[in-house]
Design a protein around this ligand. Structure first.
Ligand SMILES: [Cu+2]
Length: 145
């Protein structure tokens, strides 16, 4: 298990999101936009499978929230997604209007400057831990590729 800090390279925009690599899975641009809700927040990121075998995200948890769900926006509504396929040598982007993680019942409000820890379970790569900085909404969105 590898935990990478987003603070390693300050001043470089693309390095400000959380990133980590474990097995064939690389996570980058992990961000949590500061939430108007004290109890709920969303998280976005890029998931890349660098291996020659398909993988899938099967579950997410966080020490900073009681419940984390994978959602997809469909016709302006959020739908729960059971698992997210990450085909071999390909990328899946979690971004506004598409897939995202929903953090429910946060242990504390997600305020700018905080960092939330996400434990992503992959069928092949196992558990991948990434630390996602909380940024102002516009900053968070600009950071996504
Ligand atoms: Cu949602």
């Amino acid at each position: 298990m590898i935990v990478a800090s987003a603070l390693a390279v300050l001043g470089c925009r693309s390095s400000r999101g959380g990133s980590t690599t474990s097995g064939g899975i690389s996570i980058s641009h992990a961000v949590v936009p500061a939430s108007p809700s004290p109890t709920d927040a969303s998280a976005f990121m890029m998931i890349e499978n660098t291996s020659a075998a398909p993988d899938s995200l099967t579950g997410v948890s966080s020490p900073d929230a009681e419940l984390v769900m994978l959602h997809e926006m469909v016709d302006n509504r959020m739908e729960m997604v059971e698992g997210l396929a990450v085909p071999a040598e390909s990328r899946v982007l979690l971004a506004p209007g598409g897939y995202h993680l929903m953090l429910h019942r946060l242990t504390r409000p997600a305020a700018v400057g905080d960092t939330l820890t996400l434990h992503l379970q992959f069928a092949q790569a196992g558990e991948v831990v990434v630390r996602a900085p909380v940024l102002r909404y516009t900053e968070a969105i600009e950071l996504l590729p």
